[in-house]
Ligand binder design. Structure first.
Ligand code: ASP
Length: 441
């Protein structure tokens, strides 16, 4: 029998997870059952992915950079990557602002609905948590983000999985390896090459578990939705975000077809396991090992490009998040602070949503924390902030799932474009977990 493709298996797991979670939501004791007996399997899966993320970035970037054999190429790749990332994010914000200004989802909201949402979420722990996290972010000095890239203790960076610090370290090691004699650099390069191969195999093995893990993750998401009425009330706003995200995917497909001349269906098929995991985990960081594996082995991007572009992208390129932040900020203003909706404020949103998406961590609901900073930048009254967040809180998780999927697709798209422009896109050679199984059976 022909083996079912991985993305189908994951999709089946997701559908079962949604149905199961929905049923458990309505059963007595069902929620506890999911929390105690199902959710831990999703957590194990995410832990495994996080476990291999650091060695994977380190190995593939060091190996990639030292393979480039030319420091000027690294500079070229770095510049191109940042420019394309900024451009795609600006496109995302403009799409978001366009939609929210045309549809105006905040204008039709009845006072009764606003009151209901306010009373339910305004004082909730979730909203308070986002606000306090945003204050921490806000208190940092202007150059703190730059300082944070340079670690003083790399083991600390490994332990906290500080992506930009690890990328800096890997670049530093890779470049230094290039600058010593080949005889001396070879053993280390061979070591990182072999480490990279091994971690890639680990991704294949972990992915065997993916269909069951997404079942657990989605069942757990489903038991969190208890107020379907409020969810429906926020439907127009949610549809604006989802519609914008859909346009972003179309934009990526257009870029892929123009720059790489590859078929769109082929691209979607190869990248879909990473997209589905992004959707299920709401975290680009947790998805990163799978994104790297798909992009290198299934889309044919060379390690030296994917090893740099993808970890940087997971950290700073969040087109889905910036689109969401633009729509959410304007939506909240339409509902509770319409006088703030000036053209100049919308221009400020373009700049701050760009910075806020760069500053958002690649973890669930980080985009909502940084939304506070976008709102503050346009002079949104502080006392209205808890109400503003309360308004969109109920639908944040499903929208987070969708925007994370777009974030990951954006990174994969840009890595293909950069690879193509540097002549580093080749015919893919997918590996299976059992390629060498015969030898060890
Ligand atoms: N969950 C998103 C990510 O990991 C960030 C966000 O928008 O909250 O990419």
């Amino acid at each position: 029998m022909k083996k079912l493709a991985l993305h189908w298996k994951i999709l089946i797991g997701m559908v079962f997870g949604i149905v199961f979670g929905f049923l458990m939501n309505s059963l007595e004791g069902g929620k506890d059952f999911v929390t105690d007996w199902i959710k831990p399997f999703g957590t194990i899966f995410i832990n495994l992915l996080k476990l291999i993320a650091v060695p994977l970035i380190l190995a593939s970037l060091i190996k990639g950079i030292s393979d480039l054999k030319d420091i000027s190429k690294i500079k070229k790749m770095g510049m191109k990557t940042i420019v394309v990332y900024v451009l795609t994010t600006v496109v995302a914000i403009v799409i978001g602002l366009g939609i929210v200004n045309v549809v105006k989802p905040g204008e039709g909201m009845s006072a009764g609905t606003i009151e209901k949402i306010k009373t339910k979420y305004e004082n909730s722990a979730g909203v308070a948590d986002k606000l306090s996290k945003a204050t921490v972010q806000n208190d940092a000095g202007p150059l703190q983000a730059l300082v944070d890239i340079f670690p003083s203790n790399i083991f600390q960076s490994f332990a906290s999985a500080s992506m930009l610090q690890i990328i800096f370290f890997a670049l530093f090691v890779g470049i230094s390896l290039l600058l010593i004699s080949e005889k001396k650099s070879k053993p280390l390069m061979d070591f990182f090459d072999s480490l990279n191969e091994m971690v890639m195999k680990m991704v294949d093995l972990i992915m065997l578990f993916a269909p069951y893990a997404v079942f657990a993750l989605l069942a757990n998401v489903m038991i969190a939705f208890d107020d379907t009425e409020i969810l429906l009330k926020l439907l127009v706003y949610s549809l604006c975000v989802v519609g914008g995200l859909f346009l972003m995917i179309c934009f990526y497909l257009l870029l892929v077809s123009i720059y790489t001349k590859k078929s769109l269906l082929w691209f979607l098929k190869q990248i879909s396991p990473a997209q589905l995991l992004a959707f299920s985990t709401s975290s680009s960081a947790a998805t990163l090992p799978v994104t790297m594996e798909r992009v290198e082995e299934h889309l044919g991007v060379d390690k030296e490009v994917s090893g740099f572009v993808l970890p940087v992208g997971a950290t700073i390129n969040m087109d889905g998040t910036s689109l969401y932040q633009a729509i959410a900020a304007v939506f909240i203003m339409q509902v509770i602070w319409p006088e703030g909706l000036t053209f100049s404020n919308q221009l400020i949103i373009v700049g701050t949503a760009l910075l806020a998406s760069i500053g958002s961590a690649a973890v669930p609901s980080a985009g909502m924390v940084m939304l506070v900073i976008v709102l503050e930048s346009v002079g949104f009254p502080e006392e209205l902030l808890p109400i503003g967040l309360a308004l969109i809180f109920a639908v944040d998780r499903p929208l987070d799932m969708c925007r994370t999927m777009v974030n990951v697709t954006g990174d994969a798209t840009v890595s293909m474009i950069i690879a193509k422009s540097l002549g580093k896109l080749r015919d893919p050679k997918p590996q299976n977990w059992d390629d060498h199984y015969e030898n060890v059976k």
